[in-house]
Design a protein around this ligand. Structure first.
Ligand SMILES: Cc1ncc(COP(=O)(O)O)c(C=O)c1O
Length: 398
């Protein structure tokens, strides 16, 4: 007999405090609901929190990735190194320019881009000629690499930065999962040339939809500021008079004050939200430590994991157990789970680039085994207990 929860427990939910709701109401009553003082305040607070020189709020991380690439002048003659295990946003923004995404494999433990996976890809697919890294198949110039801090474990940024310097590449960190992780003694947000955060509903902090780009480069910050609002050379809020000039065909990527009001409160609560995530990850790690056939995520190597996701790996045990069985059994008990991620080369769109699955043995192995269990700051003790009981029960029947 299976005991199921009365209500469905999704694998992620946002936790919005009354304070955030009050702040949103105040913005709604203020008469200024688009990009204005709240966005500015959020950017300043966020930059301070990360220790970043510049922070630019966007309406999504995808917009932030797009504008980071735009600001380095990416064009259709270029290519960018992207890990095979990520959400489509990382690579799709490269494709916006007609540029070539070159997929790297990931390490077998954290499923991250590493110097080893990069070197392997570069050796196989590129030549270094006249100071440029060139993609052999297309003749395109590799301009950047985009490490993804999957689940909230940060890539080895010193190693990636030094490889990037060697090949004259920009480093654009996809940090959608990593807020507010630390790495080598400091907060995420200052390691690469750009760090791009997501405030999507399920992330470490949320604004409903939203994103932020941090950078130390003043000229790139200026360019992103321009391009997030139609290429108009003056911001709307506080503009003296009606005059402005359009100096570039920009985008409509600005955050609004309603979202920023949520963001400011979420940021002030970030450490508490994070502490709860760490607590849940610790409980899972200790409760599931002895289960056979279930492999648990490790803490981050050079800092503190954000625990955006709790990704386990499930062994196949004849017909009795595998990742899909675990997911289905959890579902029978009214518990959600998810998969992060289907490797990009598996998707119909990315197949046009001719990726060969055999070049991605670690991504391929991950894809067969991985599953994300529920983990979010708003989980109650009894939600956690339900997951623990369910997982232990499922494995005890083996
Ligand atoms: C790794 C990764 N990068 C980028 C994004 C895009 O974030 P957003 O929805 O804020 O555009 C996501 C979204 O979940 C993601 O998981």
């Amino acid at each position: 007999m299976i005991t199921a929860r009365k209500t469905f427990l999704p694998f992620a939910l946002p936790l919005i405090s009354e304070k955030a709701i009050e702040e949103v109401a105040a913005v709604l009553r203020s008469g200024w609901i688009t990009a204005g003082p709240k966005v500015k305040e959020f950017e300043e607070e966020f930059a301070r929190y990360c220790g970043a020189d510049f922070a630019l709020a966007m309406n999504s991380a995808t917009a932030g990735l797009h504008l980071a690439l735009e600001s380095i002048g990416l064009c259709s003659e270029d290519a960018v190194l992207v890990p095979a295990v990520t959400f489509t946003a990382t690579a799709e923004t490269v494709c916006y320019f007609g540029a070539e995404p070159i997929l790297t494999d990931v390490d077998p433990i954290y499923n991250l881009m590493t110097v080893e996976t990069l070197k392997e890809t570069i050796e196989r697919e590129c030549v270094f000629s006249k100071g440029n890294l060139v993609h052999k198949k297309t003749g395109k110039t590799v301009r950047a690499l985009m490490p993804v801090h999957l689940a909230g474990a940060v890539c080895d940024m010193d190693a990636l930065n030094s490889l990037a310097r060697e090949y004259h590449l920009y480093v654009i960190e996809d940090s959608a999962h990593a807020f507010p992780a630390t790495h080598k003694g400091r907060k995420i947000g200052t390691h690469g040339d750009f760090t791009v955060f997501s405030f999507y509903a399920t992330k470490g902090i949320t604004t409903g939809e939203g994103g932020m780009v941090t950078t130390r480069h003043a000229h790139f910050a200026e360019r992103m500021k321009l391009m997030r609002l139609h290429g108009i050379n003056r911001e709307t809020y506080g503009r003296p008079g009606w005059y402005y000039e359009v100096v570039s065909p920009g985008f409509k990527y600005n955050m609004n004050d309603i979202a920023a009001a949520i963001g400011i409160v979420q940021l002030s609560e970030a450490e508490d939200l994070w502490r709860r995530r760490i607590e849940i990850a610790d409980i899972y790690r200790s409760e599931f430590a002895q289960l056979p056939f279930l492999h648990l995520p490790l803490p981050a190597k050079d800092g503190d994991h954000s625990w955006h996701l709790f990704r386990v790996e499930v062994d196949t045990v004849q017909e009795r157990m595998n990742r899909d069985i675990l997911s289905a059994e959890l579902h029978k008990r009214n518990i959600g789970s998810s998969l992060h991620f289907i490797p990009l080369y598996e998707h119909p769109f990315y197949q046009r680039f001719g990726f060969d699955r055999k070049n991605y043995p670690n991504a391929d192995a991950m894809y067969k085994k991985t599953l994300s269990l529920p983990l979010f700051a708003g989980m109650t003790d009894s939600d956690i207990e339900d997951v623990v009981t369910a997982v232990k029960g499922i494995f005890s029947d083996l």
